[in-house]
Write a protein that binds this ligand. Structure first.
Ligand SMILES: Nc1ncnc2c1ncn2[C@@H]1O[C@H](COP(=O)(O)OP(=O)(O)OP(=O)(O)O)[C@@H](O)[C@H]1O
Length: 479
């Protein structure tokens, strides 16, 4: 048996004669055959023990029929095999949900662990540069566990000591291609541990129709679509400000309209007011009757409406000072949501400098002081550069729809978001596949979440106007 010498050994040789070929002979250590055999047996036994410990059910499913076959003969063994096939099949037919949860995804996870991840682990780690070669040995990050959900493989990994999350985040493309997935997302679970998410299918590939309007009036997070894991996407608007960035046709309208739609019962109950600024005249004007007097399209009118919102905010701040620190929506002090479609028309592309400054000042005041007194801003824009919207960092919650360039992702979602898997620049430009698909990074979590907003069609907006139009709403006068 050869003992591999440390690879750095040759570097210690020094030759004083130029152009002399250095011949390096590795030392050969002869190991007794018995020792080799013992090491081999030990490794096999340890491997079996590890297999039984890690996968007791899978091991039992294979071992039990074998043992019965050996002890009682083949008819009994075959009977147990038939039972092992028939019981899950009937269970799966009767209650597919529980079968998948308790058996199906576990079996798939076992299969994917053995066939995909463990098989390719070493080459992928070495080629992607995540493994290290130390003292002649390959040190690999540890593959701890694979779990399957309906749409993705979740792979838990223990990093090598001294590795950082960015080492992995920088290599998501290598990992995705290496394990045959379309993408990879990196999440930190605890010190030294990561969760890699490899989607197997895209549950957001099919457009969703508008979320039904709830009977209950709520200012709480509004359900506006679905997250990648199948749970509802609830957008918090009260107590925060939200910035929506996306190229033309990316579906900014669906986020704005889904939010307005979800708030309508609360608007009707007088707990919420939606103030609409529509400088492009193409989006919010369609449901203009929902906003009554609180609608502006001309830049001068937009400036006035924003300044009116600032007045509401300041008046409340004066009343709340020293009395309370948070806003609770009531009929007297409703939550005011200022919706701005294409905010760049008012800030960057506005030729009148006086108006531009008034609007920027009002927006900056609202976004810095508004959330504690119940005034929120939901702004949409196409170009997220700082010179287009200098106050973009004042929005705690950000949504990146399809973007034109990869650099724009971090501009919207913050540093490192793209490396962590927010591939907003790769969202399909085909409306049926990609419109409304977005990555969200909430104030409370650095990890981007992939979501899709429901599509609120023109007919839906007409219905909303018919039921919740201005004549049915309690709209107080602008101060
Ligand atoms: N959530 C969605 N699901 C499916 N399709 C959508 C969705 N949102 C929008 N679309 C489709 O994409 C098209 C463009 O959407 P929308 O006008 O909302 O984009 P936008 O980002 O507001 O574009 P612009 O900035 O040019 O106004 C719509 O006409 C619709 O067909």
């Amino acid at each position: 048996m050869f003992k591999k010498l440390p690879g750095d050994e040759a570097q210690r040789l020094v030759s004083t004669t130029p152009d002399t070929a250095v011949v390096f002979r590795p030392a050969v250590v002869r190991t007794p055959a018995l020792l080799t055999l013992l090491v081999f047996i030990w490794r096999t036994v340890a491997g079996l023990g590890r297999l039984l410990w890690r996968h007791p059910i899978a091991s039992a499913v294979v071992a039990v029929p074998g043992v019965i076959w050996t002890l009682y003969g083949w008819p009994y063994g075959l009977g147990v095999v038939a039972l092992l096939v028939a019981v899950p099949a009937v269970w799966g037919l009767v209650d597919r949900g529980s079968f998948r949860r308790l058996v199906g995804w576990r079996l798939l996870a076992f299969w994917r662990l053995v066939w995909v991840y463990r098989r390719h682990w070493q080459p992928v780690m070495v080629v992607s540069g995540l493994a290290r070669h130390l003292d002649g040995r390959d040190c690999l990050p540890r593959l701890v566990k694979v779990t399957c959900t309906s749409w993705a493989d979740l792979v838990e990994v223990r990093m090598l000591t001294g590795q950082a999350v960015t080492d992995w985040a920088d290599r998501t493309e290598h990992l995705a291609h290496g394990f045959g997935a379309a993408s990879c997302r990196v999440t930190v679970t605890r010190a030294g541990r990561l969760l890699l998410t490899f989607p197997r299918s895209d549950p957001l590939a099919v457009p969703m129709s508008a979320v039904p309007i709830s009977a209950a009036a709520s200012v709480g997070p509004v359900e506006i679509g679905r997250c990648e894991d199948g749970t509802p996407w609830r957008l918090r608007v009260h107590g925060t400000h939200v910035l929506v960035a996306g190229a033309t046709g990316s579906g900014k309208g669906s986020i704005i309209w889904s939010t307005v739609r979800g708030l309508l019962p609360a608007v009707q109950a007088g707990l919420v007011e939606v103030w609409a600024l529509d400088p492009k005249l193409m989006e919010l004007s369609f449901g203009r009757d929902l906003f009554g007097d609180r609608y502006a399209a001309e830049p001068a009118a937009c400036a006035e409406l924003l300044e009116a919102a600032v007045k509401v905010m300041q008046e409340r701040a004066g009343r709340f000072a020293g009395v309370r620190r948070n806003h609770i929506p009531t009929a007297d002090d409703p939550f005011v949501l200022v919706v701005v479609d294409e905010v760049a028309f008012l800030t960057a592309y506005q030729p009148d400098k006086g108006l531009r400054l008034r609007i920027s000042a009002a927006l900056a005041t609202l976004t810095t002081q508004g959330r504690a007194v119940g005034v929120g801003v939901l702004a949409a824009l196409q170009d997220p550069r700082k010179d287009v919207l200098s106050i973009r960092n004042l929005f705690p919650d950000k949504i990146a729809l399809r973007l034109d360039e990869s650099e724009q992702v971090d501009m919207v979602l913050g540093d490192g978001a793209r490396d962590r898997g927010a591939l907003a620049d790769l969202i399909s430009p085909r409306p049926e596949q990609g419109a409304g698909v977005a990555y969200v990074r909430l104030e409370t979590s650095p990890d981007p979440i992939r979501v899709r907003a429901a599509y609120v069609s023109d007919d839906d907006i007409r219905d909303m106007v018919a039921v919740f139009g201005a004549d049915t709403l309690p709209l107080p006068e602008v101060a």
